[in-house]
Design a protein around this ligand. Structure first.
Ligand code: 2NL
Length: 348
């Protein structure tokens, strides 16, 4: 067989092998085999010295062409294989964005926080500030500034968690109001604030007592504030939280920090005033305590009681939630059993 035929045969054989290489590694082996120094092409060209000089350029040209054809075929096959690899990778990693997602259960504010949020929204809308303060307080701000003399029963060790003689867990959120009143510049206008938060009492937990519970206190200090302002504010609060048909009734009471002091009742939500077992046949339910800020409290905060006066109130969101949803054990709010908590939809 002449060189010419050998070259043609090598070309056919090579193109066949290249087109059947189904792997980049195999293709590379084929390339090294055919075009390498010990490969058939080199071998064939070695036979050039045995053919007539005149035929050499033709054979040389042919061998170049064969080598180019083979190289070209290898490159073509390589890009085919590479493309196949990329396509397979893309297919394997394909994400079906139309598949339905895994449901993520959404949380919601705690039922007591929902009530506090409602109260905050209402008072913010009436131009009040929402102010928070420390839960670890001093005797001065928790008691003294609020006209609670040293021998007052509410200061008894039984009722308050003391850390030292002077430091305690606040038993009400009034210290926040006392601190704010003390700092307020009344020449710039009235003080209108509410202070929501957690408070502590040294009680044994049972259906109606919790050693930690919530309180929202409100305070307005300005010139010419009357009990009428207090009643109007409480009526707005009752109608916002319970509904338009609810009325407010004030009864005389006593708190050391207010004079006069009142207890506020709202229409019984169960019988709407007719009288039932929930309201002990009075038609009313007690929901908060309030009054006109005691002159001593103003004086101690550096406010002149001859010029300024105001009202204050305190309510317990835990009790509100119990009344509103008919929960008979306050401990339910603190057990964090989701079966209980998820009953209260976000709208409240
Ligand atoms: C209740 C009664 C009340 C206040 C809190 C208060 C605060 C300042 C001055 C005067 Cl700085 N008063 N707070 C007033 C009356 C009642 O809470 O039964 N809370 C659950």
């Amino acid at each position: 067989m002449g060189l010419h035929e050998q070259l043609e045969e090598l070309k056919e054989k090579s193109l066949h092998e290249i087109s059947h290489a189904d792997h980049l590694k195999k293709l590379d082996a084929v390339r090294v085999n055919i075009l390498g120094k010990k490969g058939p092409l080199t071998e064939i060209l070695r036979g050039m010295k045995d053919i007539p000089k005149a035929d050499r350029p033709k054979v040389g040209e042919l061998s170049n062409r064969v080598r180019d054809n083979i190289t070209e075929a290898i490159e073509k096959r390589r890009s085919e294989l590479e493309k196949a690899i990329t396509e397979k990778k893309l297919a394997d990693e394909e994400i079906d964005v139309t598949l339905p997602g895994k449901p993520v259960s959404q949380g919601q504010p705690h039922v007591i926080q929902q009530i506090i949020d409602n109260i905050e929204d209402l008072f913010l809308g009436m131009g009040y500030q929402v102010i928070q303060g420390p839960e670890v307080e001093t005797d001065k701000y928790n008691f003294e500034m609020l006209n609670l003399p040293k021998d007052h029963p509410a200061r008894d060790m039984q009722d308050t968690f003391y850390i030292t003689d002077e430091i305690l867990m606040r038993s009400q959120t009034s210290p926040v109001q006392a601190r704010t009143m003390e700092k307020h510049d009344f020449s710039k206008g009235p003080l209108k604030m509410i202070s929501p938060g957690v408070v502590y009492r040294r009680d044994t937990d049972d259906a109606t007592h919790s050693h930690q519970f919530h309180q929202v206190e409100g305070l307005v200090i300005d010139k010419h504030i009357t009990m009428g302002d207090l009643k109007g504010t409480l009526e707005t609060l009752a109608k916002e939280l319970f509904g338009d048909r609810f009325e407010v009734r004030l009864r005389p009471s006593y708190f050391p920090f207010t004079e006069p002091s009142v207890e506020a009742d709202v229409t019984c939500f169960n019988c709407m005033g007719k009288g039932c077992s929930v309201c002990k046949h009075t038609g009313w339910i007690e929901v908060l305590g309030a009054g006109m800020v005691h002159p001593n409290v103003l004086k101690m905060a550096g406010v002149d009681p001859e010029v300024y006066g105001g009202f204050a109130f305190g309510l317990g969101p835990d009790r509100f939630a119990m009344l509103r949803y008919g929960v008979d054990d306050i401990r339910n709010f603190y057990l964090n059993d989701v079966r209980f908590l998820t009953q209260f939809s976000k709208k409240g």
